[in-house]
Write a protein of this length. Structure first.
Length: 449
């Protein structure tokens, strides 16, 4: 009879709980809290194991438990409601949300949130990264100037510059660039006396402006083989401008360069005793010679690294890497010389010119082949293509068995890939520093030629 009375009381309690809408809501919240606690207990090994009345050997042991739960439901729900309300105000997945409210299962819930983030591809797990996660670019970290108490200015190098430099060196070893075999410093005839070799190096640099290395190498070879009397200062003084212009016809701005070479030959004879100047000031005084040529010529011809030769490749790539933010090559040279070790001044031009000719091209950079982009070191790297899904209504014609044609509209799904940024500098805007101020052929408004 006691069992029957307890059963009746239990039924009455459950009925009373379900009869009121407010109690039904509290009951749902209580069940939700119980599910979270059970899930957290399975996630955290340190969570206490609760005794389940259903595992007891007694047939009557579960009845008082159910009865107590029915009687205390309203009191328990009142305690749980502030907890649920407080947790809703916190950010989802916040590990400290439950710690503040004194939840003993906070560690388990935090571990569950951590596992959820890992499954969503937001974090790496065992070295495997979700391929759908967006690739990250490196942040720009340019060189920083600091002023000491005494007024001395020190420059802190860009972050990870050594790693970027060394990786570029390794990439350059695997691919042969035109500058490796046809660079200006390699075109002089080694069988000639040193004075003639220095002259040929200077003329090579003068011809290289706005000209590919392959074309410059062919022009120098043509001068070495076909210039009357050989490729010497005396021959340049005697040759007619028309013949000299014909020998260098393939290089850019060959008419201006012909005049510059003839003027330079006379200046070398009159002011420098038949040899090229051995100072930057003297080299820049020659017509058609700018700072980049002067520093490269000083290094290649005289073996002295007094500055960095900055051409369009060095200027473009170092800005792309975020080492500095400069507008002119001369600004780039000053920025690099402020912190780059002097032993790398000669190598960096050859290194980045070849890198710009093979991988980091002015138009159509090959970021997929670049180790800097692969390791997330280049802020200007193209990390991938994004896709958009476009839906259109298409009219479809259906021909029946009786020959009648019926039209109907269907939704067609089309995948459209965004264009990947393939260049940073338009081809027409790639101007060498020595060409600033040079006259360009005017185009006819009518013909466009």
């Amino acid at each position: 009879m006691r069992t029957s009375r307890i059963s009746r009381d239990t039924s009455a309690g459950m009925s009373a709980l379900s009869s009121s809408p407010r109690r039904r809501r509290l009951s749902a919240q209580l069940h939700q809290t119980a599910r979270v606690s059970r899930y957290a207990a399975t996630t955290d090994p340190s969570a206490p194991i609760k005794h389940d009345a259903s595992t007891s050997d007694s047939d009557l042991s579960s009845v008082p438990s159910d009865f107590d739960e029915a009687r205390g439901t309203e009191a328990k729900a009142a305690d749980v409601a502030p907890t649920l309300q407080s947790s809703r105000k916190r950010k989802r997945g916040d590990a400290g949300a439950n710690e503040d409210i004194g939840d003993p299962n906070a560690a388990g819930i935090a571990a569950a949130a951590q596992a959820s983030r890992t499954r969503a591809g937001l974090e790496a797990h065992d070295g495997i990264v979700n391929p759908t996660a967006a690739a990250k670019k490196a942040r720009r970290a340019p060189a920083k100037k600091t002023v000491a108490a005494g007024g001395a200015v020190a420059v802190e190098p860009p972050r990870s510059w050594e790693e970027m430099y060394n990786l570029t060196v390794e990439m350059r070893k695997k691919v042969v660039a035109p500058v490796d075999t046809m660079g200006c410093e390699r075109l002089a005839d080694e069988t000639r006396p040193p004075r003639d070799q220095r002259l040929q190096t200077l003329i090579s640099l003068m011809l290289s402006s706005q000209t590919k290395d392959t074309v410059t190498a062919a022009a120098i070879k043509n001068l070495q083989e076909n210039l009357p009397g050989g490729f010497t200062l005396e021959s340049l003084l005697k040759v007619e401008p028309e013949l000299l212009n014909e020998l260098i016809l393939k290089v850019g701005f060959h008419n201006n360069k012909t005049k510059y070479i003839k003027q330079t030959a006379e200046i070398l004879r009159d002011k420098f005793d038949g040899d090229i100047p051995d100072t930057i000031k003297g080299l820049i005084s020659l017509p058609g010679v700018g700072p980049k040529m002067a520093y490269l010529c000083m290094s290649a011809a005289w073996g002295r690294d007094e500055g960095i030769g900055v051409d369009v490749h060095v200027h473009r790539i170092t800005n792309l890497w975020g080492w500095h933010k400069t507008r002119q090559p001369e600004e780039t040279r000053a920025a690099l010389e402020a912190w780059l070790p002097r032993e790398k001044w000669h190598q960096i031009n050859h290194l980045l010119v070849g890198f710009g000719q093979t991988i980091c091209l002015p138009l159509g950079r090959k970021c997929g082949e670049c180790a800097l982009a692969d390791r997330g070191l280049c802020p200007g790297a193209v990390v991938g293509k994004s896709q958009k899904i476009k839906k259109e209504n298409v009219t479809v014609k259906d021909e029946g068995s009786d020959g009648d044609v019926a039209e109907r509209e269907v939704e067609d799904v089309i995948k459209v890939e965004d264009d990947v940024k393939a260049e940073d500098v338009p081809a027409k805007s790639i101007v060498d520093i020595e060409d600033i101020g040079l006259s360009r052929p005017r185009r006819s408004r009518r013909t466009g030629k």
